[in-house]
Design a protein around this ligand. Structure first.
Ligand code: ASP
Length: 350
C-alpha cells in the first residue's frame, strides 16, 4: 500500500526557536535543526516532506502575505499529499487558522496547525509531542477511508480544536488553546479519541478553491465604559476603513446614549460594515436587551458566537471577494465553514 504522505510547512514560532547565546532571547532557527531534534519522526511510517517560510518568523510578524504563502504551498501540493501540518508560533495561530479556513474553500484534507510553548530542543519541550501528534492526526482515516479531519484545526497538547473557533488562552500553559463555543474535535490522552459528531464534513464533490484575496481595511473597536464620542467618531471615520468588528459587552450590548447610536448609524449610512461580537470568552451575541434592538435597527450585523479572530479574518476575506455590500453583510451573518453556530443552537465547549 502506498505510504501516507504528509507535507510539513514550517513558518517559525517558538517550536523551532533557539536561544541566542549573547542576548538569551529566542530567535527562529532553520527547519533542519528542528527535524534533527526529533529523531522519533523517523519512526513514523509516513513519507514526510517539508517546506519552510524563508526566513521563518515569530508569529507576531505574521502578515496576510504569509497566509497566501501557506495557502499556495497547500494549493500547489494538494493532490500529492494526504495531509498538511503547519508549524506556527502560538501568538497569532488562531488568526492564521481562521484565515486559512476561509481561504481554503471546499478543503477535504486535514490542515493541522501546531506549535509549542517551549522550543523543541529544550528538555521539557511540548513541541515534540505536538509535532508527532499533529502528523498522526493529519494521516488518520475514518471508517470510509477518507481523511478523519477535513478542515483547518489546531492541535495543542491534549486537544484538537476547530481552527476558526480557537483562541489562545494562555501565555504559559501547555494546553494553551481552546474553542470556547465549540466542543473539541479530539482528545489526546493515551490514544487519540475523535468526537466524530463535531467534525466538519465538506461537500467532497466540490474542488478546492483557494481565495488569495485579503483586504486589511478593517479594524477592531473594543467598547469600555467611558469610551468618548470624540474618539469613537474619530475611529469610525478612519480614512479608507470598510469594516469594523465591534467588541461589545455580554450578549452584544452597547451604551444606549443617543450620541453612541448616532455615531454608529452615521457610520453605517456612510457604508461602513459593523460586525458585533462579544467581549466574553464564551457565549454569543443575541437579542436580549434594548441595545440589541437599536443595533439591529441601525444595520449592525450580529456576529453570533464568532471569535474575534474569526470575525476580523472573515471580514478581510469577504471584502476581497468583489461582492455587493448586501452580500458581504449576508455572508458575515451566516456560517461559511463551521465558524459560527446557527442562532439558538450554541454548542457548549468542554
Ligand atoms: N512569539 C512566539 C510566536 O508566536 C510564541 C510562540 O510560538 O509560542 O511565534
Amino acid at each position: 500500500m502506498a505510504h501516507t504522505r504528509i507535507l510539513l510547512i514550517y513558518t517559525g514560532g517558538t517550536i523551532g526557536m533557539i536561544e541566542d547565546p549573547v542576548t538569551k532571547s529566542l530567535k527562529p532557527f532553520d527547519f533542519d535543526h528542528l527535524i534533527d531534534n526529533v529523531p522519533k519522526l523517523r519512526m513514523l511510517n509516513y513519507e514526510i516532506e517539508h517546506l519552510s517560510l524563508n526566513p521563518p518568523i515569530d508569529s507576531s510578524d505574521m502578515l496576510p502575505e504569509n497566509w497566501r504563502q501557506i495557502c499556495s504551498a497547500i494549493d500547489e501540493n494538494y493532490d500529492r499529499y494526504d495531509g498538511f501540518v503547519v508549524l506556527h508560533g502560538t501568538d497569532t495561530m488562531a488568526y492564521t487558522a481562521s484565515a486559512l479556513s476561509f481561504m481554503l474553500e471546499n478543503l477535504t484534507k486535514p490542515v493541522i496547525i501546531t506549535g509549542s510553548q517551549l522550543p523543541i530542543g529544550e528538555v521539557r519541550t511540548d513541541g515534540e509531542e505536538n509535532l508527532i501528534t499533529a502528523i498522526q492526526i493529519a494521516a488518520e482515516r475514518d471508517s470510509k477511508g477518507e481523511p478523519m479531519i477535513q478542515e483547518v484545526a489546531i492541535l495543542f497538547e491534549n486537544y484538537l480544536w476547530r481552527g476558526n473557533r480557537s483562541t489562545k488562552m494562555s501565555a504559559d500553559n501547555f494546553n494553551a488553546f481552546r474553542s470556547n463555543n465549540y466542543p473539541p474535535l479530539a482528545h489526546i490522552g493515551l490514544g487519540i479519541h475523535y468526537y466524530t459528531d463535531s467534525l466538519y464534513r465538506p461537500d467532497r464533490s466540490r474542488p478546492l478553491t483557494v481565495h488569495y484575496g485579503l483586504d486589511s481595511d478593517v479594524m477592531y473597536i473594543s467598547l469600555f465604559p467611558g469610551i468618548s464620542e470624540r474618539i469613537l467618531n474619530h475611529l469610525l471615520n478612519t480614512p479608507g476603513i470598510k469594516g469594523v468588528v465591534m467588541k461589545t459587552y455580554g450578549a452584544g450590548n452597547t451604551p444606549t446614549a443617543p450620541w453612541f447610536t448616532k455615531a454608529l448609524s452615521d457610520a453605517v449610512a456612510r457604508g461602513l460594515i459593523i460586525l458585533n461580537v462579544t467581549q466574553c470568552i464564551n457565549g454569543s451575541v443575541h437579542k436580549r436587551y434594548v441595545s440589541a434592538d437599536q443595533l439591529e435597527a441601525i444595520g449592525v450585523i450580529s456576529g453570533g458566537d464568532l471569535t474575534s479572530e474569526a470575525a476580523i479574518t472573515k471580514m478581510m476575506h469577504l471584502f476581497a471577494m468583489n461582492l455587493t455590500h448586501d452580500e458581504i453583510k449576508r455572508r458575515l451573518g451566516k456560517s461559511l465553514c463551521g465558524e459560527m453556530s446557527p442562532p439558538g443552537a450554541i454548542p457548549s465547549s468542554l
